[in-house]
Design a protein around this ligand. Structure first.
Ligand code: SF4
Length: 341
């Protein structure tokens, strides 16, 4: 008999399922709590369900689980990279970073990625498939269980373009912020995009309260198209217009991510152009010194990074340099790709 995988179902879906097997609707809430709030993966542990119901559930349903293949701990900082195997044998990575009492988990949203950013190891894999909402939230459940910590922040910045898998990512974010589940603050959940404009507009129009981060990475269309081919379809001017639409519609700040690459996008002229582009947009800028992959790009020397940062000082928007965590275990931004299998 085909068993329904309950991991990834939201409460209304779980209620329909429970009713479809002739049980009372309120049972769905109990199962939801066990599964997402307490991270339980076997019906036997759900001790407020009757023995008969647990037996019945085992016949008709299952709770899908990621399998942890390896976990690597950084020697330089408090970060851990998890390699998870999905039920179809494909593999994904997640990175847990701890700093100042905050535990931030970077989750994957796809196996591989179709966007083909030239500086990104995941891009080199191509797209294999989208993750389900259950596989996305399970990275959180597993990381908490394996590390014995409580995750306070989740960023959808691992493998994949989250807006290419929009429905599952948004569903997973709602599950992660559900009060009966992990109960993360919506403000501590960041969805990132390489710049899929129609989805930015949709995100704004739907009034989603999760944070939005956009990978900008260049100040001219020529350079951005070279780094991120999707810029040919959605150039910088239109991307900024969509960003502004988002900030005005949502009254939320947008974060621009800018990966600094030596000799590519880190000149004084780039800094000046970036200031102009960001002016008038309710935003924050994250400068991310490039993390080495096997590609052609290099991280600028520290003096160049600081010079770029100081040039942005007159901007009213906050600017930070985000030194990636876990770069010694290839867990930094843009370094995630399945090599160890
Ligand atoms: S940077 Fe993000 S969107 Fe670009 S290829 Fe890598 S995973 Fe995909």
């Amino acid at each position: 008999m085909n068993q329904t995988n309950l991991k990834g179902l939201d409460l209304p879906e779980l209620q329909s399922f429970i009713e479809s097997i002739g049980e009372s609707r309120f049972r769905a809430q109990q199962i939801f709590r066990w599964m997402y709030g307490r991270g339980v993966s076997s019906f036997d542990e759900m001790n407020n369900l009757s023995k008969e119901l647990r037996t019945r559930l085992k016949e008709v349903a299952r709770i899908g689980n990621l399998k942890c293949v390896t976990q690597r701990q950084s020697q330089k900082d408090q970060s851990t990279k998890f390699l998870f195997e999905l039920e179809d044998g494909r593999k994904i990575e997640s990175v847990l970073m701890s700093e100042d009492g905050r535990n931030t988990l970077c989750v994957s949203t796809q196996v591989g990625c179709a966007i083909d950013c030239k500086f990104c190891a995941t891009g080199m894999m191509g797209l294999q498939r989208n993750l389900t909402a259950g596989e996305i939230i399970d990275q959180l459940i597993m990381a908490q269980a394996l590390s014995g910590t409580t995750v306070s922040n989740v960023v959808c910045m691992g493998m994949g373009e989250p807006f290419h898998n929009y429905d599952n990512v948004i569903k997973a974010c709602h599950l992660m912020s559900d009060a009966l589940g992990p109960n993360l603050s919506k403000k501590h959940l960041v969805v990132s995009t390489s710049g899929l404009i129609p989805k930015i507009i949709q995100f704004a129009d739907e009034g989603q309260k999760f944070r939005l981060a956009i990978s900008l990475n260049a100040t001219t269309d020529e350079v951005r198209s070279r780094l991120m081919p999707l810029n040919k379809k959605w150039p910088i001017k239109e991307l900024l217009r969509a960003s502004k639409y988002y900030t005005q519609t949502s009254e939320e700040m947008v974060t621009f991510e800018y990966v600094l690459m030596d000799g590519i996008n880190d000149s004084i002229e780039d800094a000046e152009r970036l200031k102009k582009l960001a002016q008038g947009i309710f935003c924050k800028i994250n400068l991310i010194p490039y993390n080495a992959t096997e590609g052609e790009f290099r991280r600028p020397v520290e003096a160049r990074i600081v010079r770029f940062y100081e040039r942005l000082a007159s901007l009213r928007a906050p600017v930070t340099i985000r030194w990636s965590k876990g770069d010694d275990i290839e867990a930094g931004c843009g370094q995630l790709a399945i090599k160890s299998v």
